[in-house]
Write a protein that binds this ligand. Sequence first.
Ligand code: FES
Length: 106
Amino acid sequence: AKVTFIEHDGAELVVDIPTGWTVMQGAVQNGVAGIEGECGGSCACATCHCYVDEAFLDGLPAPGETEDEMLGCTASERRANSRLSCQIRVTDALDGLVVRLPEAQS
Ligand code: FES
């Protein structure tokens, strides 16, 4: 699925991420600077924080308890559309997904 990352400075990067990968994996593999993924995707660092475009928010499973807790530890402010990108698994339905990256990630 094609995912568009919009950096804090407005730079856009479109990445094709295979189904089954997480958005964080796709970002790290493709050198998206705004996503770090320090813990490797185990929902324990919050450096993969992103803001999901509202149009796709309802199509995602709600954050689990651990993700919800970690979203309280993000470097940039938590918003209603904040998610941890390591907890978003790519599906065909997410083709065209747009995520915005926060100002600070650690
Ligand atoms: Fe660490 Fe997502 S990569 S919480």
